[in-house]
Design a protein around this ligand. Sequence first.
Ligand SMILES: Nc1ncnc2c1ncn2[C@@H]1O[C@H](COP(=O)(O)OP(=O)(O)O)[C@@H](O)[C@H]1O
Ligand SMILES: [Mg+2]
Length: 275
Amino acid sequence: MATESQPATTSVSSASVDERPRPRLHVKGATKHFGGRVVVDIDDLMFCNHPIEGLIGPNGAGKTTLMRVIMHAVSLDGGTVTFLPADGEDPKVLSKMPAHAIPRLGVVKSNQVTQDFDRLTIWDSLLLSVAEPSDEHPWQIYREPGLFSDHEEEIRYYLDYFGFDDPSRFARSTGEKKLLDIVRCLLMRPRLLLLDEPTAGLPDELSDLVMDLVRERARTDNISVVIVEHDLRIVWDVTDYVHFMAEGEVLLQGDPEWVRSHNIVAEKYLGGAHV
Ligand SMILES: Nc1ncnc2c1ncn2[C@@H]1O[C@H](COP(=O)(O)OP(=O)(O)O)[C@@H](O)[C@H]1O
Ligand SMILES: [Mg+2]
């Protein structure tokens, strides 16, 4: 099915749209099957013509798989994902690059499930995210001159912002790990940031803190952000543009208000209950 875009005549240009050229992603002819079933089937999709975009859709729509495809954690069966850096640099075909090279380009993703804060203290896990460990001696990072001093202020800022008073301890809860994962993504100086359910399981006050921070970084640093989010309160509130995905395809794209009121969204997703 072809993607239905909001007709230009009804498009309301949002006051928050930032006119600077911005890093974008182009997904072209992308297909992915799991066990014979199509999970991603995208003809032509541009992400990040707007500073903060939402990707919504029912469970199993393929949103997380698409995010993982972009990061080349999952390989496509066909098609390409290309990063358009926006600052005169050549486009980079992410779907042909090794996954570890992608964050170095500034394309960074949060994890829907955070796993690796269990063996490192809060402080060490954040330092690790800003280090460039050699493959042979990853633990040498702690001897890198400047690693600590170059990032201390920034790390302390984020820890204070989220109220972590003792970074020498381990993260305790899933919620804490999610917050630290967001911090880790921001410390990596993203140009294009993918957030997969960044606020799932967080109480509203913390969700708001996360989204305020993301909004602020997007505005100040010209970071493009794509948020996969079930909490539609956040989607309608924070995003400048929304893509609606179901059964592997992007069916609709437009302003949040337009997508919100479209009957396909009500039919396939909301059931009238979540709006
Ligand atoms: N590694 C995998 N192996 C097999 N099936 C998978 C795998 N990852 C995801 N799927 C399936 O792909 C479909 C889309 O999943 P997902 O991308 O997680 O959807 P969403 O994030 O929109 O809920 C689901 O039916 C899921 O079970
Ligand atoms: Mg998902």
